[in-house]
Design a protein. Structure first.
Length: 634
């Protein structure tokens, strides 16, 4: 019977509710009179019957008008019950009026008693059904703890009331003033009680509702929770909820930025807009991880035109659509977005683009950056990273571009792989061009790994955990610097604005992170345990696959110790040796011929010859080169 009522159509439920009210209202009137006279049997005459009928019909009409039958009983909140109270108050007035008109002579006190009997007979069944259905639904929901008893935590509890997934059982909060209090019918506990609460209620997850808590504080809280063996999920940011980008109940995995990141230094608005506002700006590699984030940051500074140059059609389409939607939803955005398919290896095409649109600022993010991939494809890696930068820079000079900013990498410092060596050579090209002329200002920004970029270990580890493991780490001692893509992109723009010509800017990447520790933390954040010799019954194991071709145990940001500060606390300048333009040009010509003839060993030897401090590890891993050797040996 209960299943029929719960699953019946809305129209059927409304008819049943209306029928119950039509039965309960006369009963409430009779009950009020019985209480007033102190007798169970009340004398029912024609006048009383007419009062009951008229009051019942008019009250039903009032309830319909107030929308009480549109309210879903199982979800009835305080507002619905206050509306019911208003309806019963009006019903009492109808009872008094009909009694006077029909001369039923009901005692005045019985009208007041009727209000309470009606509210009891009409309200309690609704409350009973609401609680019964809530208990039935909660039986199928997953019990969760909510960390944060502030405004966002309260909003989350309200949202989860109607959720089909989670049932909050308690608050956790480190504010001792809130502990042991009751908020939204839930007790607030000390976070140290999380494990005990989870065991008692069978909870497996903690939902973070930390609001505007600083990154450093979030990091500390999450690390403290990581040892509880509970899966840690987070709620969307308040500003995303307000803007409609997200819903409060849309919980997700904790972003690894919360565990590794630092509080960002507020950007210098003058530096951000200096080379962008009301200017024609072009981004090469606009569809890539860094290039697309640069575009997002650039468009907020209101350039006159933003030109997206990208070789991959799908990536170009995606970023164009995203930026167009941004402009649609922001009235202050009047930027013209121009999407161009093209390669940075075609100088004539680049010159035409730069001059046609009168480009003033270029951010050169187009590059092959995946270390093993470039190791296996040496010629294409050098063509794109070295010659793509050279051709782009020469085209910029001929088109009169004001400023050219190269996105470089920490792998360019004492490189052990072709990718790093090619990026260092690209830096040398720009340094030499900066001395050869003064019309176009060249500078470069060097930083480490960015979280969430293509090829990053974070999404790889997350997928491996979902697949049940193992997590593959190349070496137990390998460490890397990490930075969020938005922070890196903002620092790139600000560093580029400080360039004076030939500058090498180095970003403060914070403390390096041991990759195996990162893997262990991600396992714990998922509510799982590491499977090891000490814990053979764990969930996810970590396996070491060995260093990949050209991979280093650690990365550096500086070649030498000659470094100076800048106007920004997270940006430094490095003064490093470089070649003159004639020497650089000669090296490039020889490298061009080696690439054209596909002499991979000559290419590598020229990279070793350049002042890039390149130290090759192992044998040449180029796929085509090695297959050619095998074919010749047959």
């Amino acid at each position: 019977m209960l299943d029929f009522l719960l699953n019946a159509p809305r129209s059927t439920k409304r008819i049943i509710t209306l029928a119950f009210d039509v039965f309960a209202i006369p009963l409430a009137i009779y009950g009020a009179l019985a209480l007033r006279h102190g007798e169970l049997i009340v004398n029912v005459n024609y006048a009383l019957i007419s009062v009951m009928i008229s009051t019942t019909l008019i009250t039903a009409a009032i309830f319909i008008k107030l929308g009480l039958y549109r309210a879903v009983v199982r979800f009835m909140a305080s507002k619905a019950f206050s509306t019911l109270a208003l309806g019963i108050t009006l019903s009492a007035l109808v009872l008094a009026s009909s009694s006077f008109i029909s001369q039923a002579n009901l005692p005045r006190s019985s009208i007041i008693i009727y209000w309470f009997t009606a509210f009891t007979l009409l309200g309690l069944p609704r409350l009973f059904i609401r609680n019964l259905v809530s208990q039935l639904n909660n039986a199928h929901k997953e019990s969760v703890l909510v960390y944060g008893a502030g405004n966002q935590g309260i909003a989350l509890i309200n949202a989860l009331t109607n959720s089909e997934l989670y049932r909050p059982i308690a608050f956790l909060d480190d504010d001792y003033k809130k502990q042991k209090t009751i908020i939204q019918s839930l007790k607030v506990h000390n976070p140290s009680e999380a494990q005990a609460l989870a065991a008692h209620f069978g909870a497996t997850k903690v939902l973070l509702a930390l609001g505007n808590t600083s990154t450093a504080k979030r990091k500390q809280l999450i690390e403290n929770l990581a040892d509880t063996k509970l899966e840690i999920l987070t709620t969307p940011a308040v500003q995303d909820i307000i803007s409609g980008k997200a819903k409060i109940e849309e919980v997700k995995e904790v972003e690894i930025e919360d565990l590794l990141g630092r509080d960002c230094v507020s950007p210098n608005k003058a530096l951000l807009s200096q080379n962008i506002k009301d200017k024609v700006v072009l981004v090469t590699g606009a569809g890539g991880s860094i290039g697309s984030e640069l575009c997002r940051q650039i468009i907020t500074q209101q350039p006159k035109k933003l030109i997206l140059l990208e070789l991959n059609e799908f990536s170009l389409y995606n970023i164009e659509q995203e930026l167009s939607q941004y402009c649609t939803h922001h009235q202050q955005c009047h930027t013209e977005i121009i999407s161009i398919l093209g390669s940075v290896q075609k100088q004539n095409r680049l010159e035409t683009i730069f001059s046609t649109f009168n480009v003033q600022t270029i951010y050169h993010a187009a590059a092959y950056k995946h270390v093993p991939m470039v190791e296996h494809n040496v010629v294409e890696g050098v063509r794109n990273n070295v010659f793509g930068t050279w051709y782009c820079a020469e085209a910029a000079i001929k088109a009169g571009v004001e400023r050219f900013v190269l996105i470089s990498t920490d792998k360019a410092v004492r490189p052990t792989n072709v990718m790093g060596a090619s990026k260092r050579l690209a830096e040398l090209v720009l340094q030499a061009l900066a001395e050869r002329q003064s019309d176009t200002l060249f500078c470069m920004v060097r930083f480490g790994n960015v979280l969430g970029s293509s090829g990053s270990v974070v999404p790889l580890f997350r997928k491996q955990i979902k697949d049940g493991g193992p997590i593959t780490v190349t070496h137990p001692d390998i460490i890397r610097y990490f930075m969020t893509i938005p922070e890196a992109s903002q620092l790139v723009i600000q560093a580029g604005a400080m360039g004076k010509g030939g500058d090498v800017f180095v970003l403060d990447m914070g403390e390096p992170v041991k990759i195996v520790n990162l893997a262990q933390k991600m396992i714990r954040l998922s509510g799982l345990t590491e499977k090891s010799d000490a814990n053979p019954n764990g969930d996810i194991s970590i396996e070491f696959s060995g260093l990949r071709p050209g991979e280093k145990l650690y990365e550096e940001l500086l070649i030498g110790d000659n470094v100076e500060g800048s106007d920004h606390p997270r940006i430094m300048t490095a003064n490093e040796t470089h070649l003159s333009w004639p020497e650089t040009h000669n090296l490039l010509n020889r490298l061009d011929k080696a690439c054209h003839d596909f002499k991979v060993e000559d290419v590598i030897n020229l990279l070793l010859e350049a002042p890039a401090a390149f130290k090759q590890q192992g044998n040449n891993p180029d796929w085509v080169f090695n297959q050619t050797i095998k074919n010749g040996a047959k």
